[in-house]
Unconditional design. Structure first.
Length: 385
């Protein structure tokens, strides 16, 4: 209503009659004189500015002549209505809202339109008087998705922290007054384990926050071959303790632009998961290759695999394929979400191919830096010195 409050009733009527009759701008003056609803003249440029203002808005606006049921839509409203299934539902909801404001003067409703994917629209209506009304249509699908993600995030985080906090409280209560040294040591060890679990959750949350809100100001040219050597070396002991082999194969010319610590985190998470979910005697392979302007890196295991229904969701925050096993291995459900954020932030992509009982392959694609910069050459010279 704020956009049209400066127009007189006659001006609005003239505007509606002009647009709905599709008269040319050149004939506007004749339309103003001939329309029976018009009692005042509105300058042509004023109507054009009004229409331009409506078309700039991201929210759909439908102005209605309630007596004659004539309407004019801005560009956003026209884009939301039409012949497709969802558009027809929006049209029907607008019609229902117009009927409602004729009686109740105002109204609001949320339309849930399901057609392959679900979209949500907020539809509001307000009558200005007995002659005129306005209906707004706002696509709130993304807002609804964000609200759902935030709600789920808080609920999952509360649940993840509640479990170790409750365990620490129970263990501390059992420890109080205990005199047997063996029992005291066992309870104390459990308290330390649960404390470390809480610490990992907080660390993962901080990592996720840094990735989501971090910038690219500190990015440098990174030798990914050196990153992979570091990650594999760091995880050799864990693999050996699990009874696994851990190998590194592929190209040595792997240059990307990015944050080194974040890229280390990506491949550390992938290798760590591969080790955790592999069976004794298996092999985890880290492979790299150069394909045109991309660097393709994969982490392959021959472990328990991931069900097809879970593969599209494993990069969601707190999502776990096997909740019992994840808790046993100390996972927070944030690792792959962090990995995905980092890879996307670096202009890359990540996907997974897996089969239950056979194993999984996580593939990361990153843009390749074709020529070494002076900065990297200087860093390498410093290392050699």
């Amino acid at each position: 209503m704020g956009l049209i409050s400066f127009f007189s009733g006659a001006a609005i009527a003239t505007f509606l009659a002009f647009v709905l009759s599709k008269r040319s701008t050149r004939k506007l003056n004749n339309a103003i004189k001939s329309e029976s609803l018009v009692t005042a003249k509105v300058p042509e440029d004023q109507l054009e500015r009004f229409m331009d203002a409506l078309d700039l808005l991201p929210i759909g606006i439908v102005i209605v002549d309630l007596k004659q049921d004539r309407r004019v839509r801005n560009n956003a409203a026209a884009a939301m209505t039409g012949v497709r299934y969802v558009d027809i539902l929006v049209d029907q909801a607008v019609d229902a809202m117009i009927d409602e404001i004729k009686v109740a003067k105002s109204g609001k409703r949320i339309l849930e339109a399901v057609a392959g994917t679900t979209r949500y629209f907020k539809i509001s209506g307000q009558s200005m008087d007995d002659q005129r009304g306005i209906v707004t249509v706002e696509d709130i699908t993304e807002k609804s998705r964000i609200d759902t993600v935030q709600t789920d995030f808080v609920a999952n985080l509360s649940h993840e922290l509640k479990t170790p906090i409750g365990a620490v409280a129970a263990l501390a209560d059992s420890l109080n007054g205990e005199t047997q040294t063996e029992v005291v040591w066992r309870l104390a060890e459990r308290i330390v384990t649960e404390s470390h679990r809480m610490s990992r959750i907080v660390d993962d949350l901080l990592d996720l926050s840094r990735v989501e809100f971090g910038g690219t100001e500190e990015w440098t040219d990174i030798d990914l071959a050196a990153v992979l050597v570091e990650v594999v070396s760091t995880n050799q002991y864990a693999a050996k303790r699990q009874g696994l082999g851990l190998s590194l194969t592929g190209s040595s010319e792997l240059l990307v632009r990015g944050d080194r610590s974040q890229l280390v985190s990506v491949f550390s998470n992938l290798v760590d998961n591969a080790i955790k979910y592999s069976e004794i005697g298996g092999v985890v392979n880290v492979n790299s290759a150069v394909k045109d302007d991309e660097i393709v890196l994969s982490v392959t295991d021959h472990g328990i695999g991931i069900a097809e229904r879970d593969q599209k969701r494993i990069f969601e925050r707190f999502y776990r394929v096997d909740k019992a096993r994840s808790r046993a291995t100390g996972g927070t459900g944030l690792g792959l979400s962090i990995v995905r954020h980092i890879v996307l932030e670096h202009g890359g992509a990540i996907d997974v191919r897996s089969e239950e009982g056979v194993g999984s392959t996580f593939t990361v694609r990153l843009p390749r830096v074709m020529v070494k910069t002076k900065e990297l050459a200087k860093n390498q010279m410093g290392v050699m010195a």
